[in-house]
Write a protein that binds this ligand. Structure first.
Ligand code: ADP
Ligand code: MG
Length: 334
């Protein structure tokens, strides 16, 4: 049943300004007035990011609304993680074709669950009618001068990635096939489900980003493909990059379903991982174990920054011809 705009905000979104039922003391005024009033902690820098998900481009038509709510926040938390920031507040601009209760309930549950897990308060937003589009803005803090950047890496710094890149891209392919009415081959069930979950419910590496402050020389979150995003980090740092194909951490599910060659390609070029890729001066290596522990996810050294610009992919000790192609919305939309 459709609901009115004010009902809708009240019923589904107002309660998310108390993440997990606990109010944040720094929210002086949340949902309900013309704007939110927020107290930035003394001596901290404010870090802001916004990302938009459009139906048919960032998620498939008919996608589970829980996943849309989760991903809309997760992609933003991932941007804050890449800066080493502590997320605090979010705003939601929601454009909906119709205010359907079942959709809103599930969407708010997906967003609310992730927000509660990170103690993020939804402090405001905007609701309009139109093609399904979800914009979330997140705000967070970082101690002065400690934000991680893409620039800052130097030749000789080791390059790391968290988690197992490529899984989400494989999961999206399985989602597409299911949406097209395709049938999963026998034996695929568990591995396929694991990969789909990686696409539908990515884990933003917020704790890892925080633990990398003062340790990583540069950091980026991997949203458009590892090779392309690593190349962006290297270029911003005024460096080039040697990537070791044999070192890439491919998950057992990805290997099983995609086979070794396709798995490698998905890990390098697939999107939607929301892992962190960072450079580390070798002298900092002993301290990385502590960050890995705090981050709660595996970290793998996949290469090294070099003086010469560009990306060089090595396999079996030999250089492979390779052109890094990150996802580009405008290049891919024609
Ligand atoms: P205004 O017309 O002043 O922009 P709105 O009716 O758009 O007011 O919003 C009323 C209140 O509800 C504001 O506090 C706004 O931040 C909040 N709000 C509107 N839409 C959403 C949403 N989708 N999620 C969270 N808060 C929302
Ligand atoms: Mg408004």
């Amino acid at each position: 049943m459709p609901v009115g705009e004010f009902d809708l905000i009240d019923r589904y979104f107002r309660r998310l300004d108390r993440p997990g039922g606990h109010a944040r003391a720094d929210v002086l005024l949340g949902v309900g007035d013309d704007a939110a009033v927020l107290r930035v902690p003394a001596g901290q820098e404010l870090v802001a990011a916004i990302d938009t998900l459009v139906e048919g481009r960032h998620f498939l038509p008919g996608c589970a609304p829980q996943s849309i709510g989760h991903r809309a926040l997760a992609v933003n938390l991932s941007d804050l993680a890449a800066m080493g920031a502590e997320p605090a507040w979010a705003l939601l601009a929601l454009t909906l074709p119709a205010a359907e209760e079942a959709f809103l309930e599930a969407f708010a549950a997906g967003l609310g669950r992730l927000a509660a897990a990170h103690h993020v308060a939804l402090v405001g937003g905007d609701t309009t009618a139109g093609p399904l589009t979800v914009s979330v803005q997140v705000l967070g803090f970082v101690p002065p001068g400690q934000a991680l950047r893409r620039a800052g890496g130097a030749p000789g710094d080791l390059l790391f990635v968290s988690g197992t890149p490529g899984d989400a891209a494989a999961g999206l392919q399985l989602e597409r096939r299911a949406a097209d009415g395709g049938v999963a081959p026998p034996g695929e069930a568990a591995a396929g489900q694991a990969l789909r979950e990686r696409f539908l419910y990515p884990t933003p590496r917020v704790a890892l980003g925080r633990a990398l402050r003062g340790l990583a020389s540069a950091c980026i979150d991997v949203s458009d493909g590892l090779a392309g995003d690593a190349a962006k980090l290297a270029a911003a740092s005024g460096c080039g990059l040697r990537l070791e194909a044999d070192a890439l951490p491919l998950s057992p599910a990805l290997r099983a379903l995609a086979g070794p060659e396709r798995a490698l390609q998905l890990a390098l070029e697939g999107g939607d991982d929301y892992e962190l890729c960072f450079s580390l001066p070798p002298a900092q290596l002993p301290e990385l174990a502590v960050a890995a522990q705090a981050g709660g996810c595996p970290l793998t050294c996949i290469g090294v920054l070099e003086q010469a610009p560009g990306v060089r992919l090595y396999r079996g000790g030999k250089i492979q011809p390779y052109v890094a192609t990150g996802y580009d919305h405008f290049a891919n939309s024609g």
